[in-house]
Design a protein around this ligand. Structure first.
Ligand code: ARG
Length: 426
């Protein structure tokens, strides 16, 4: 082995990893830092990589690609892991892995490396994605194979080697950020009963401190958000706009005990203002323009896509094919949704679309009702047929077998009942 491409965040651990990889394997280390927005690109990153002993430090701005190829795909699918987590960290991994592989090939490296520990999901996502794209590359995770230093040891190591380390206050959290969300875990959060300390949050204000509610109208085309209050916005700007609005109104805090791929339950605090607003808006628009059958099936597909993203299987055939389904199913998801941001919550307060399936004449209880009430009788006759047959054939089974409780047990005699009677004249 003579050259390794390291996914470099510029934090303490990956900085020390540069030197550690050189010592341990006698290799040349090239670093790759990917700007995914949300503050993921730290200042002076190239200088720090060099001070740690990197021979070359690449920085790639992948923000637009991240939004258009990953974030929007997840949004269109309504992908929320366990119904809660908008997958910011998970979505970034396949993109990082692809860039690592491409750079390794360009640099003629034999291996790629990342700073994940041996306990989380991210190691799985990196390793699996890298090997899907280039099975010939070795993957090294220094933290997993012996670098395992305590924080003090890491700081000492860095100081001895003259490695520039970021001057941050020692945070008790493990944090990952990109424009779609901020993930925060460990420290005081490890007690799932403990209220998250206020400083676990860095993006959003406390709901109680939010200003007066505001409304924002989000325009979608084909399931992709394209405008805010009528102003056309490209992907990154769109996310940033809603991020700012949402964060200022305390929207986007998620407190989730989630099931990691490696079998552990883990308590996570997420901040994802744009994701929370957009998922709610997108869901509302789908409700207007898609059929009941599509909505039901999309839930199944969305949950499956969320699981595939979470599990690091973005490059699997199933994952690709389900994304193809989603793109096709989203072709009519165009229109506008009015959202109200109100002290920590994002409410849907209106939706409209030229492709709406909502028909006022059919829905109304007022004049102009076009729905055929009389036809409902025939419909119910046929719709209820299987249930009537079932009740006739099986309905009394419990009673025959003397079961203690069946749905045929009489209720009326067991409930408090009051009766008013009309006076009988005469
Ligand atoms: N639990 C989330 C996930 O698996 C977030 C992980 C955050 N990573 C981190 N290094 N703090 O996607």
């Amino acid at each position: 082995m003579n050259k390794v491409v390291l996914a470099y965040s510029g934090g303490l651990d990956t900085s020390v990893a540069v030197a550690w990889l050189r010592d341990q394997y006698g290799v040349e280390v090239v670093t790759l830092t990917v700007d995914l927005g949300g503050g993921s690109l730290r200042e002076g990153i190239e200088r720090r990589a060099m001070s740690a002993g990197a021979s070359r430090a690449y920085v790639v701005d992948a923000r637009e690609t991240f939004v258009s190829q990953y974030v929007w795909r997840a949004l269109q699918a309504g992908a929320l892991y366990e119904g809660a987590y908008p997958l910011a960290t998970a979505l970034a991994r396949p993109l990082l892995a692809q860039l690592l592989v491409e750079l390794a090939q360009k640099e003629g490296a034999d291996a790629v490396a990342h700073g994940c520990t041996g306990k989380g999901n991210d190691q799985v996502r990196f390793d699996v994605a890298v090997h899907a794209l280039d099975p010939g590359l070795q993957v090294i995770a220094p933290m997993r194979v012996g670098m395992g230093l305590t924080r003090e040891q890491t700081v000492d190591f860095a100081n001895e080697r003259g490695i520039e380390i970021p001057v941050t206050r020692e945070a008790p959290w493990s944090i990952d950020v990109n424009l779609w969300g901020r993930s925060c875990e460990t420290g005081p959060l490890e007690d799932p009963w403990a209220t998250p300390p206020e400083d676990a949050y860095a993006w959003t204000v406390k709901a109680a401190d939010a200003p007066d509610p505001v409304e924002v109208v989000i325009g979608f085309e084909g399931g992709i958000p394209v405008s805010a209050d009528g102003e056309y916005l490209p992907g990154v700007a769109m996310v940033e706009r809603l991020h700012e609005l949402g964060a200022a109104h305390g929207v986007g805090r998620i407190d989730h005990v989630e099931d990691r791929l490696v079998g552990i339950k883990s308590r996570e605090i997420y901040e994802a203002p744009a994701a929370v607003i957009l998922h709610a808006a997108h869901h509302a628009l789908e409700g207007l323009v898609l059929s009941r059958e599509q909505l039901r099936f999309n839930r199944v597909v969305g949950d499956e896509i969320a699981r595939l993203i979470y599990d690091g299987l973005w490059f699997s055939a199933l994952s690709r094919d389900l994304r193809t389904y989603t793109m096709s199913a989203q072709r009519v998801v165009s229109g506008e949704v009015r959202m109200r941001l109100d002290h920590g919550r994002a409410y849907v307060v209106g939706r409209r679309s030229p492709l709406s399936l909502y028909d006022k004449d059919l829905a109304t209880y007022d004049e102009g009702d076009a729905f055929d009430h009389a036809a409902a009788v025939g419909f119910i006759e046929i719709f209820g047929l299987p249930l009537r047959v079932e009740a006739a054939r099986h309905g009394a089974v419990g009673r025959h077998h003397g079961a203690a409780w069946t749905w045929t047990n009489p209720l009326l005699d067991t409930l408090p009942v009051t009766v008013a009677e009309a006076a009988v004249a005469g």
